[in-house]
Design a protein around this ligand. Sequence first.
Ligand code: GLN
Length: 483
Amino acid sequence: MHNKTIAEISRDLAAGTYSSEEITKDLLTRVSKLDKDINSFITVTEEQALSQAKAADANRAAGNASAWTGVPMAHKDIFCTNGVLTTCGSKMLSNFEAPYDATVVTKFNDAGAVSLGKLNMDEFAMGSSNENSFYGPVANPWDKDRVPGGSSGGSAAAVAAGFVPGATATDTGGSIRQPAALCGVTGLKPTYGRISRYGMIAYASSLDQAGTITHTAEDAAMMMNVMAGFDAKDSTSVDRDVPDYTATLDNSIEGMTIGLPTEYFRDDLSADMQQQVRNAIAEYEKMGAKVKEISLPNTHLAIPAYYVIAPSECSANLSRMDGVRFGHRCEDPKDIEDLYCRSRGEGFGEEVKRRIMVGSYALSAGFYDAYYKKAQQVRRLIKNDFVTAFNDVDIIMGPVTPTPAFKRGEKTSDPVEMYLEDIFTIALNLAGLPGMSVPCGAVNNLPVGLQLIGNFFDEARLLNAGHKFQQATDWHLKTPTGI
Ligand code: GLN
C-alpha cells in the first residue's frame, strides 16, 4: 500500500478496499522498520494516528466521509501540534509541547486526515541539506549517502520512501521545491499569504509560506483544498476566494505561453541538468504550449538580498527563545544575563547562530540603511522583473537546483556553497510568487526537478501544468532504489 497516492487511497477507502486503520497500521510498520536508515520522523504519534484512523472508519460507516477521511499524512515539525512535541529541528525546542494546533494542522484534523507524526527538518528551517537538524541528518531514499535537500528534507524523504503519501512543508527560500526535486517528489510553494502561518514557527516572516509535498500534482491540489484560505489569526493571510484546485487539473494547456529565463540556463546549471529540463519543456511543446525566452535581469541579486533579509527577520523572530518562557533553559543560571547567554548558546546550532549574528548586525543602527534597506530595494527590483515577465507569459519554467542530490558533508564546510543551492528558488520567495517542483528526469540515477513558476495566486495553473506533465510522463512514478 505504501506507493499509493492520496487520490488512490481516498478512492480505495471510499470503495472499502481497506480501512483507514489497516493502511495506517501498514504505514506505521513500514516507518518502524525502515526509518532508522532515513531518519525522516522526529516524532511518530502511533497512538494518536490509530485513534484518528478508527474515528475516521467510524465516521465513514456512519455515512460522514469526505475525500480526506482516514487518509494518512504527516506534518513538518515546524507546525505546532497540541500536546505533541514540536521541535522545529532544534535542541532549543526539544521539550516544547505546543498548547495549541497550527491552523494547517486543525484543517487536516477537521478534514478527517490521520497524522502519523512530525517530520525532521533543518533547525528553524535554515538549510538546504537537512544536515542542520539537532535530531540528525535525513538520508535521501535514492541514495542514503546523499542529502534529501532542506529544510523540508524529512517531508520529502518520507513521501519518497513511501511512509506517507503526502506531507506538509514550508518554503522560505526553496525548502519545499529543492528537497522535492532531490527526492523525486512533487512540491508546491503557494503565493505568500495563500495559507495561514498561524502556529507555524516563524523563520523569516515576510518570506515563509506553508505548502505541500506529494507524489503528484493531483495530490497537491487535494492538499491545497484543505490548506488554502484566509485565517483571521494570521494578519498576512489573504482574504480571497479559494478555487477547487482539483477542478482545473485536466484543462488543456494548448496555447499556454511558457517563459524561459535566460539567466536560469547559464553556467550555474550543468549540461546534464540542462538537458533534463529542456526535455521536459519539449514535452510541453508537444502538448501545444508555446515557448518564449524572457529575462529576469536581477536574478544574480536574489541570494545576496535574501541572505540579508532572512537573517534579519530570523534574528528578530528567534529573540523570543530566551530560556524564560519556553524551550531550553540552562542549568543553574547565575543571573539573567547568564540565563540568556547560556540558554541560547546551548540551545541553538551553528547555522542558526551564524544567521542571528548576521541579522543583528544588518539591523543595527548605522548599518540598517546600508544592508537591510538596500536589500529591500533590491527585493523590489526582483519582484518587478517577474511582474514584467508575466505581461508576456502565462507561466515560467526552469530548473529547481543546479545539481542533483549531493553527498552528505560535501557542502557543510562552506556556507556560501550551500547557499548557492537555492539560486533558482529564492527569487520567488522575495517576490511572493507561487512555485512548484515536478520530477522531470534523472542524472546518474538521481531525480531532477522541473520548476514551474506562476503569477500571484495562480496555483491552479501550476497544478494543471504539473498534472498534464504527469499524465504524459512517468518520472513521478519512479520509486527510490535506496529503500
Ligand atoms: N536554504 C534556504 C535557507 O537556508 C531556504 C530555507 C527555507 O526555505 N526554509 O534559508
